[in-house]
Design a protein around this ligand. Sequence first.
Ligand code: URA
Length: 477
Amino acid sequence: MRRNSACLHDMQRVALQSGADHAGFRQAARALIAQGISPDRVVWDADEATSLFGRCEVPDGPPFALSRRAISLTKLVVCHRAAEKYALLYTLIWRLLHGERHLLDVYSDPLVHNLEMKRKGIRRDLHKMHAFVRFRRLELDTGAERFVAWFEPDHYILEEAADFFVDRFRALTWSILTPIGSLHWDRSRLSLGPAARREDAPSHDAFEGGWRAYYESTFNPARLNTGMMRAHMPKRYWRNMPETSAISSLVQSAASRVTVMCEQEAAMPRKRNPAKALAGMKAEPETLSALNAIIAQSEPLVPGATRAVLGEGPLGAAIAFVGEQPGDVEDQEGRPFVGPAGQLLERAMHEAGIERKSCFLTNAVKHFKFEQRGKRRIHQKPTAGEVKHYRWWLDRELALVRPRLIVALGSTAVLALKGASVPILRSRGPADFNGRPGFITVHPSYLLRLPSESERTHAFKNFVTDLHAARDLTLRC
Ligand code: URA
């Protein structure tokens, strides 16, 4: 008899590993389908205690074709905590392959309904994990830093959630510890580790006050709805989120603050800038990676962007290039200046004898703002208010990188660096950015937009000349 599959009274027993055993389930389902074993003849055992059985050892079967929708449903539902998930999924697959190809369209079917509820539960859990993980900075004995978070998911979603965190925090070294396993990223490799305990993760770091200040500055007492607040941010997550310590006093003072706000409306017509609130607090991030961790977790001012695109390059770079905002490609790849404008910039840098990897490249605005037209995402210029909103990040970033020279690419960068608009073509050349040595030139996307080849060639030559001059300046700064 096989080690982990037994035919007891014609029943097939399949033992899978506890958690979300995608590979084990796929293999078992193929084997069972190949042998024509119907769902009512299978006992699925996904219990930790019996996981010693290992994988199902019925001979592997040929792959079968499922719709994308069924595959993605299976991929998510396998993450569910309920032990019945494998039996339900195998029943679904069996029925899809035995004459009910459109079963997933039948929402009234109890199986479809059950799986759909489970899928939604997983999606909700993923959403909570994306939104409520809070990293704390740990300084290791080697002097290196690691950002560590504690989170308690409802389901086995670690692997499913991993891409999101890798994308957002690619430039940091981090770990997410949970009671069902852990995820570790070392800036190039993701690994899964064993379950952890809450005490294994730091409960606070130097930036606790910063989170609180940020939350307070974005809290609008006039829109207080405690029911909604609890629905969106259930209390059980609060323990890991430093900003929630501000909630009770904010709720208590909301009514009186609204009265004061109404009275003072004429005197304070503008919205508070959350970045400013951070600027005023004592615990400012002391390292670029600590700052990046906060930028990466901040919400886009205009919704839609995939992620905050962080600056890239070495501390103490000779030149920091500041652009406007990430474009479509940058938003997808999570790196600045990798799309068409970035490639043109890199070519010009090369011709001017500047090595990209020796420079720091960043943007005035950290999120992509766009208008969706069909499948295309059309770039939208950030408003002066949006540039102002992000100014604090840029200022801190440059203070930590400490470049010898800052090159502003185009008008948005100048607005962010000087706090005032200037005509770019008339102002190009050396500049002072509030006490920091700077240089103004055009944005590479300006060159891409010029209508004729001869204009583009001419403008590119001037752009290279500017970069040459900037490079010469760094030798004197
Ligand atoms: N344009 C910018 O200003 N920044 C980028 O990162 C890409 C295009």
